[in-house]
Design a protein around this ligand. Structure first.
Ligand code: ZN
Length: 198
């Protein structure tokens, strides 16, 4: 790729590090950025930096938010005794879009994967266990139905069982290997309603 400017090569290299972006897409994006008005490119760059500077993890549920506690944890109308455990903030957003779940969440930011060397200490499980010291009636495990998601669900169930707190798993209406964020609202609700004891 020496026939490009060194600067463009660097931009392509950075973009291709993003998930799901291959070299071809990275090139297309880089040339698109080059064709943007300077102001627009500056906005893109500063949005990245602003988000990195201001977004943090909610002290309670660990989702990404602007304040110490996210709006869901702050909402007195939500049932704080029911915690849905999800892998990513996007999964939380998927359930929020249904508008029908009244409990709160816990975001793990990943799933246990022995193959990738991701263990229980690499996701936000400790924070979940700390929350369970409080008044909690049910933990709904809504990790993905991938191998990693199932491994994580079994692990969580084993951890929580001795505490006497009810542990449930969303029904398998969610296709195997499917990410929650790509699933329609009706299926998500059906999976929630059909949840079973773990
Ligand atoms: Zn929160």
């Amino acid at each position: 790729m020496d026939y490009y400017s060194g600067y463009i090569n660097k931009l392509i290299e950075q973009l291709s590090r993003l998930p799901g972006i291959g070299t071809k897409t990275a090139q297309r994006l880089a040339f698109h950025i080059m064709s943007m008005p300077k102001e627009q490119a500056a906005q893109l760059a500063s949005s990245i930096m602003e988000a990195k500077e201001h977004v943090r993890y909610c002290k309670c549920c660990q989702t990404l938010t602007d304040s110490e506690l996210c709006p869901i944890c702050r909402d007195a109308k939500r049932n704080q005794k029911q915690i849905m455990v999800v892998e990513h903030t996007q999964d939380l957003a998927a359930y929020e879009k249904t508008g029908r779940y009244e409990g709160v969440y816990h975001v793990l930011h990943g799933a246990i994967s022995p193959m990738l060397g991701i263990g229980p200490d690499d996701i936000r499980l400790k924070e979940l266990m700390q929350r369970l010291q409080g008044d909690v009636e049910e933990v709904i495990v809504a990790t993905n139905s991938s191998l990693e998601g199932e491994t994580t669900a079994m692990y969580i169930s084993k951890l929580i069982k001795p505490t006497g707190i009810r542990v449930t798993r969303i029904a398998s209406g969610v296709p195997v290997g499917g990410d929650l964020e790509n699933i329609d609202e009706v299926t998500l609700l059906r999976a929630l309603e059909g949840r079973t004891e773990l």
